[in-house]
Design a binder for this molecule. Structure first.
Ligand code: PMV
Length: 323
C-alpha cells in the first residue's frame, strides 16, 4: 500500500519580524511576529511513504537535496513517525518556484507544504493550529504560511500562528529580486549569533512588542501608511541587531540601499510605499494595491534587469491531492 499526499503552500512576509529563538531544538520563537501570506512563489511538496526503503529521500526541484537539507527534513519526518506510530521512511519531492535560501521565504512555504502533505501521508488528522505548530518545528516562519492572508504567530512554548482579521486595506507587496543566490549564512546561524552576541538584540525585542501592538491598531483602523511605517522600522531594527552582532551579520547589499532610497523618494512624491527585508538583500515593498504598478515601474528603473514580482494576499497551505 502506498500512502502519499501533495500539498501547496505560499511564502509569507513578516511585517513584524521573528528573529531569535527561546529554544532552538523545539523551535520556540523569542518574539511574536505578524505576516502576510502571499499569492506568488508557491511550493508544491509530495510525501510518499516507502516502508521498504532504508532511509528518507529528499528531492529538491527534481534533484537530490544536499546532506544538511536531507537531515533537516528527516528530523521533521521523525516527528510525524513518532506521532503516527508509523516508522516508515518517506520520499519527499518538493518543487519551489521561489529561489531557495535567498531570504525569499522558501523555508516558510517549504515546511508549511511539508507539514500539510506529511501529516496526510502519515494518516494524521490535524487541525490548523496543530498544523501550524507542526510546521513551526521545521521553520518558525512556516507556522504562518499555514494561514491565509494576515497571520500572527505567538512567541513561547507551543507557539503557533492564527489568522488576523484585517479589512479596510487593500495591500500589495512588490518584491525586488536583487540576488536570487543562496545566502552566505543561514537564518538559523545568523539568529543564534545575533541573540548570543548583539548588544542591540534585547532592545529590539522589547521595541518589537510595542511595534506589534501599534501595528495591530493600525491594521484595525485600516491605516496602511502607519502599517508601512511600523513594518519598515521593525525590519531596519532587526537588521541593526545583526549589524551589531560579533562578527556582524550583513544581509543588506549596496543595491538594497539604492532601492531603499527610491522607496523614500516615492514617499516624498506622495506614493505610500514602505520597505521590509529578511535574511537576504531582496526588498519587499508594501503599498496600496492601486499603486502597485507605479511602484513596480519605479523600482524597475532603479534595479534594471532584476525580476520584480507583485504579490497580494494569498491562500493557506492546503492539500492538493491525497491517494
Ligand atoms: O525562515 P526562518 O524561520 O528561518 O526565519 C526567517 C526570519 C525572517 O524571515 C528574517 C523574519 C520572519 O519573521 O520571517
Amino acid at each position: 500500500m502506498t500512502e502519499a499526499a501533495t500539498a501547496i503552500a505560499h511564502p509569507n512576509i513578516a511585517l513584524i519580524k521573528y528573529w531569535g529563538k527561546a529554544d532552538e531544538r523545539l523551535m520556540i520563537p523569542a518574539v511574536d511576529s505578524l505576516s502576510m501570506t502571499l499569492d506568488v512563489f508557491p511550493t508544491t511538496t509530495t510525501v510518499r511513504l516507502t516502508p521498504g526503503a532504508g532511509t528518507d529521500t529528499v528531492l529538491l526541484d527534481g534533484r537530490p537535496a544536499d546532506g544538511e537539507t536531507t537531515k533537516r527534513v528527516a528530523t521533521f519526518l521523525d516527528l510525524l513517525r513518532e506521532r503516527s506510530n508509523r516508522p516508515a521512511p518517506a520520499v519527499v519531492d518538493t518543487r519551489n518556484t521561489v529561489p531557495t535560501g535567498a531570504g525569499l521565504a522558501s523555508s516558510a512555504s517549504g515546511f508549511a507544504a511539508l507539514a500539510v502533505a506529511g501529516a496526510a501521508a502519515f494518516g494524521l488528522d490535524l487541525d490548523r493550529t496543530e498544523l501550524s505548530r507542526l510546521a513551526r518545528r521545521g521553520s518558525v516562519s512556516a507556522a504562518r504560511s499555514v494561514i491565509a492572508g494576515w497571520a500572527i504567530c505567538h512567541r513561547g512554548t507551543g507557539a503557533f500562528a492564527e489568522p488576523l482579521p484585517v479589512s479596510g486595506i487593500d495591500p500589495a507587496m512588490v518584491i525586488v529580486v536583487l540576488n536570487a543566490g543562496a545566502k552566505a549564512i543561514s537564518s538559523r546561524g545568523a539568529m543564534r549569533r545575533t541573540t548570543e552576541t548583539s548588544p542591540l538584540y534585547q532592545a529590539w525585542a522589547e521595541s518589537s512588542r510595542v511595534d506589534l501592538a501599534e501595528m495591530r491598531a493600525a491594521l484595525d483602523s485600516g491605516d496602511l501608511d502607519r502599517v508601512g511605517e511600523i513594518a519598515e522600522r521593525n525590519a531596519l531594527g532587526m537588521h541593526a541587531t545583526m549589524l551589531a552582532a560579533r562578527p556582524a551579520v550583513r544581509y543588506l547589499a549596496p543595491a538594497t540601499l539604492t532601492v531603499l532610497d527610491r522607496v523614500l523618494q516615492l514617499r516624498g512624491a506622495g506614493v505610500p510605499a514602505y520597505a521590509t527585508m529578511d535574511a537576504g538583500p531582496n526588498v519587499k515593498v508594501l503599498c496600496r494595491s492601486a499603486d502597485a504598478q507605479t511602484v513596480a515601474e519605479a523600482l524597475r528603473a532603479t534595479a534594471p534587469g532584476c525580476p520584480i514580482v507583485t504579490a497580494r494576499c494569498g491562500p493557506a497551505a492546503r492539500l492538493a491531492a491525497e491517494r
